[in-house]
Design a protein around this ligand. Structure first.
Ligand SMILES: [Zn+2]
Length: 550
């Protein structure tokens, strides 16, 4: 037995021993004591899942497999039965990993000589998951944000001819698009589809000055240079956002300037107008040529699925799906020092809270009226892959899914006095969440960072796209201790630790805050699962209209 495996086995046994205390049905210890114990369990799960031995839990790696076995074992110990179609806890999710063998980006005046941009310092192209050899060469059209939003009379493509062209589109979306609408329109789902609908053959993303500040190119090139992962349908076809586009790439600020050479407007004027939400696209005087050779590796990972059967004879064939992604981003390929991205908060913490929520259902001694399906998702970090697969092919035991409650990166750096329920305002879940968290003394806060488009960036969005009202709960930015600036702490995490090896066990974690947040999650899930009326989109709601069942 290799040494590393022995160590995992030893620590797994130790942790499970700790956690295998009898569930306190009926005779709960005093509240403060119960909360401390709950916090200690959450901490113990985080310590296991964020251990260096799990090597960052990247989907498709051994570290992820160990994490998956661990949460499945925890469910089994809690008497949460398995719910995959084969009777196990593991729903198999097939993937294709596409990596770049070689790539090039060249730009120059249309009809003239093209000069190469340096990859990755000046430009990057994503691998193509269907064509191992992909090339596209076409004149470039600047399309602002690349958004067409008829309900607010906004169209970046108005008066432009993008047919057969490569479009240059800015990341993000104009401020004037309201809340969640903005989240949808800023996503590749909309932008790539919209480009293809307008006949484009390729897309290059550029970044406005504001976005360059938030997400510097040096960081972006690390993300975008990585292999891409696509889920494979049961018939073996990769699920791509948009198959009509040949290639999608990204350019640095310096390269975007080269694309604007000889244009009728300066890049500054075009960027300014775009940032102000004044759609003003323009055909550029340049041509771009992108070329990528990709290689494929077929792998599989799994979602871990358990189910608590509902008590109502009719409602038990419906379910509330509770989710947290178990995967993270693995080991950094280069660099000095610690290279393991432990993902203690992203999302060992969310997974640990989900385990605690499952435990609360069991400890309550009475299942709710609807069934509750608990899913630890794989491949979230690779583009919501596990949840996308699950939402398309739910396990049979899920029956009709009425809602999704997701957990991703709950931060317990300090105790919060509020909760954010991303996306709740779109559906009747808003009232449900408000009512349920009040019992724990939490206030519900509005989205404090609309520019981050959080609602379309985690697993709940896969359910939204299937028309299912969903919500993503996170501790709010208001610290319970008035001397602590909660927002500053959280911003510091986002810029300093998020997707870095320093998102690890050395970060502070308020265990009581974690326990209280888990309890609030349980109350929310319980309220939805006990309500005989299924959640609905608000009348005229954007997501309800775009994705809801007719
Ligand atoms: Zn996450």
């Amino acid at each position: 037995m290799p040494k590393r495996f022995a160590l995992v086995a030893v620590s797994l046994t130790a942790v499970l021993g700790l956690l295998n205390e009898p569930l306190p049905v009926g005779a709960e210890p005093p509240a403060a004591d119960a909360r401390a114990r709950s916090g200690a369990r959450i901490r113990a799960d985080v310590e296991f899942l964020a251990d260096d031995l799990l090597e960052g839990r990247e989907a498709g790696t051994r570290g992820y497999e160990v994490a998956a076995r661990y949460v499945a074992t925890r469910l089994a110990i809690m008497s949460v039965p398995p719910a995959a179609d084969d009777g196990s806890y593991f729903q198999k999710v097939p993937f294709r990993k596409s990596s770049i063998v070689s790539s090039s980006v060249r730009v120059g005046p249309t009809g003239g000589a093209l000069e190469p941009l340096v990859v990755p310092d000046g430009a990057l192209v994503a691998p193509n998951s269907r064509q191992p050899e992909a090339t596209v060469s076409a004149p470039v059209v600047f399309v602002g944000y690349g958004i067409t939003a008829p309900e607010v009379g906004y169209d970046d493509y108005a008066g432009l001819d993008a047919k057969g062209k490569i479009v240059l589109a800015c990341f993000n979306a104009p401020d004037k698009l309201p809340g969640e609408t903005r989240a949808y329109y800023s996503s590749p789902d909309h932008k790539l589809r919209n480009a293809a609908d307008h006949g484009a053959v390729g897309v290059l993303y550029m970044f406005l000055p504001e976005d360059q500040k938030r997400i510097p190119w040096d960081r972006l090139k690390g993300y975008f240079g990585q292999p891409t992962v696509t889920t494979l349908l049961p018939d073996g076809t990769p699920v791509m956002v948009e198959q009509r586009l040949t290639l999608v790439g990204y350019v640095s600020d310096a390269s975007a300037r080269k694309l604007f050479a000889g244009a009728p407007v300066t890049i500054e004027a075009a960027s300014d107008a775009t940032a102000k939400g004044e759609a003003r696209g323009v055909a550029l005087a340049t041509t771009a040529s992108l070329s990528v050779t990709s290689k494929y590796e077929e792998t599989a990972s799994e979602n871990v699925v358990g189910r608590l059967e509902g008590t109502d004879p009719t409602l038990k064939s419906t379910s509330v799906v509770l989710t947290a992604h178990l995967d993270h981003i693995g080991v950094k390929p280069q660099g000095e020092g610690d290279r393991i991205n432990n993902g203690a908060y992203d999302n060992a913490a969310g997974s640990a809270v989900l385990l605690e929520v499952a435990r609360s259902f069991v400890a309550s001694g009475a299942h709710p009226r609807r069934s509750v399906v608990i899913v630890f998702m794989t491949g979230e970090e690779k583009g919501l892959q596990g949840s996308n697969f699950f939402a398309h092919y739910p396990v049979k035991a899920a029956g009709k899914i009425v809602a999704n409650v997701n957990l991703d990166m709950p931060l317990f750096l300090t105790a919060s006095s509020d909760i954010i329920a991303w996306g709740s305002e779109n559906s009747s879940l808003d009232d449900t969440v408000k009512g349920a968290i009040k019992a724990e003394g939490y206030a519900l806060s509005p989205d404090p960072i609309p520019e981050e488009n959080i609602f379309v960036r985690s697993d709940q969005y896969s359910f939204v796209k299937q028309g299912i009202p969903s919500v993503y709960l996170e501790p709010g930015f208001t610290a319970a201790d008035p001397k602590v600036n909660g927002r500053e702490l959280l911003e510091k995490f986002r810029t300093g630790n998020y997707h870095q090896p320093s998102d690890d066990l050395s970060l502070p974690m308020d265990q009581v805050a974690a326990a209280r947040f888990a309890e609030a999650n349980y109350l929310v899930a319980r309220a939805i699962a006990d309500d005989p009326v299924a959640p609905t989109w608000k009348p005229g709601n954007f997501f309800g209209r775009v994705f809801g069942k007719k």
